[in-house]
Design a binder for this molecule. Structure first.
Ligand code: SF4
Length: 493
């Protein structure tokens, strides 16, 4: 029997892409491929691309250029390009990089194995881009990256038309998944040991629009609260325009829905919001935050902000700074506006001078840091319950610490020793209680003894997976990280 072909998936962009890559991995493994060991060239390299970032196309063609010579030395090697950039550029990819074997779009990721096979047998590139969703991606096989936390897609696409965003053009109109299917997937995940899920949609607050239930998202959160063994529920991203109070009530009244909200602001200026075609205004945004804080006093609120949108004046920018101060964000992803080809804003007059954009960006970043630090300092001396995570503390090996996430998703690095100074054994997915000793803008430190350890089914699942992996059975984990914490990656909405 011949050796199975190996694969590598390279992922760029948002959580949606990270989750799609879990499906690509699952599909490839179902078709008999195995993950390439780290030190060996894969037979199939799949790029899951993002069109949102500036210069995304230059970077992709640079990477493809590098692979051309690698491919020459590896007969039979195949290169596939999928994701948003593929949906946008289509045949341009094979025109510019004729050594690419397969191009597939955001609507037909399920076709990848067939397209690879067809490209091999016909010895010619296969480009297949669909204009609308083929099958809801959740019905495809999935190879989950983490044993203890999982993404669960509730909708794809977006019905909004924010002028800076390419997503509606590339991902299409919103399509909602049936609540029963979502809950069945979560139950199956919990049965496998997962204790945390993040519900994923471009705009979770409009979930249900397709089947005519405006209250569907709040109901879904409450239904998650009924699932035994599910300890933490998060979601991304809500949209301030469609955020309703029943969702705040559902969050506050459902114990396993975490006190955390990542709600994109984008700008604090009503004029800029209007130009962005985002239909809420500053007052509404701050009103939602007030009501969330009233219902959940310790909720951590994070956001996305764009500076330098066309026509943004110093006064508009000051309005953004004002919201950052009032909202007391635990963190904010800040972006310098750049023209994204294919978006309406790319053609707007009054593009802001790049030097001004950079200056505002630096001032905003400094304020965000100051506010985040002040918020984090309120945690010093407080006890928090952490779910131990994997791969989140870059310096953990040097500091002998481990890392975990608090209920509100704050990242905490802790020293795993008990009161007697003995190292406590904990695994990713287990739960510990620690006392915060030090605050930094983007994390907390707990160097006092661990107060308690709870071994969980999630920790068992992590251990079972790690043991199997160590025994030499390839689990085909893709080359992307564990589900990114909400506060570490930009989201839409
Ligand atoms: S920014 Fe978010 S809400 Fe706006 S169009 Fe893009 S995906 Fe939709």
């Amino acid at each position: 029997m011949s050796e199975p072909r190996t694969y590598e998936v390279r992922t760029y962009g948002c959580q949606m892409n990270v989750h799609d890559s879990e499906r690509l991995t699952g599909l490839l493994e179902d078709a008999g491929y195995v993950a390439a060991p780290d030190d060996l060239q894969a037979d199939v390299v799949v790029f899951n691309t993002c069109a949102v970032r500036e210069n995304a196309d230059n970077k992709l063609y640079g990477n493809l250029g590098h692979l051309a010579s690698v491919k020459e030395k590896h007969p039979g090697m195949q290169i596939a390009v999928g994701g948003c950039l593929a949906q946008k550029d289509r045949t341009t990819i094979t025109d510019k990089a004729p050594w690419v074997d397969v191009v597939f779009g955001t609507h037909n990721i399920g076709s990848l194995p067939v397209l690879l096979e067809r490209a091999r047998s016909l010895e010619e590139a296969q480009v297949e881009i669909l204009e609308s969703l083929d099958v809801f991606p959740s019905t495809l096989p999935t190879k989950r990256e983490s044993a203890y936390a999982a993404w669960v897609s509730i909708s794809v696409g977006c019905n909004n038309t924010c002028t800076f965003c390419i997503v509606p053009a590339l991902r299409g109109a919103e399509k909602d998944r049936r609540p029963g299917d979502i809950l069945a997937e979560i139950e199956a995940l919990v049965a496998e040991g997962v204790t945390e899920v993040t519900l994923l949609g471009q705009n979770v607050n409009t979930y249900g629009v397709e089947f005519g239930d405006k209250l569907a998202f709040g109901k879904l959160l409450r239904a998650c609260g009924e699932i035994a063994g599910l300890e933490r529920v998060r979601f991304t991203s809500p949209h301030p325009s469609s955020f309703t109070d029943d969702v705040i009530a559902a969050m506050a009244e459902t114990p396993n829905v975490m006190p955390q909200l990542h709600m994109p602001l984008q700008s604090g200026s009503d004029k800029v919001l209007r130009d962005m075609r985002r239909s809420y205004r500053q007052e509404r945004f701050l009103g939602i935050i007030d009501r969330v804080r009233e219902a959940m006093p310790y909720a951590a609120i994070t956001t996305d902000i764009i500076v330098g949108f066309p026509g943004e004046t110093e006064e508009d920018f000051q309005a953004t700074l004002d919201v950052v101060r009032k909202a007391r964000f635990a963190n904010a992803f800040t972006f310098q506006y750049s023209k994204r080809p294919g978006t309406p804003a790319a053609d707007l007059p009054d593009q802001v001078d790049p030097a001004v954009v950079t200056d505002r960006y630096l001032r905003l970043a400094a304020l965000v840091k100051e506010v985040a630090l002040a918020e984090n300092q309120t945690f010093e001396g407080r006890s928090v319950e952490l779910m131990v995570s994997e791969g989140e503390g870059r310096k953990d090996a040097d500091t002998l610490r481990l890392s975990g996430r608090a209920p509100d998703n704050r990242l905490v690095h802790f020293t795993p020793v008990d009161a007697a100074g003995t190292r406590v054994e904990v695994r990713p997915g287990d739960v510990v209680t620690v006392t915060v000793t030090h605050a930094a803008p983007h994390h907390l430190v707990a160097d006092s003894p661990v107060l308690s350890v709870r071994r969980t089914r999630a920790g068992d699942a992590w251990e079972a997976r790690t043991t199997t992996k160590a025994a030499g059975v390839s689990l085909g984990l893709p080359t992307v990280g564990v589900p990114a914490p909400l506060a570490d990656a930009p989201a839409c909405g």
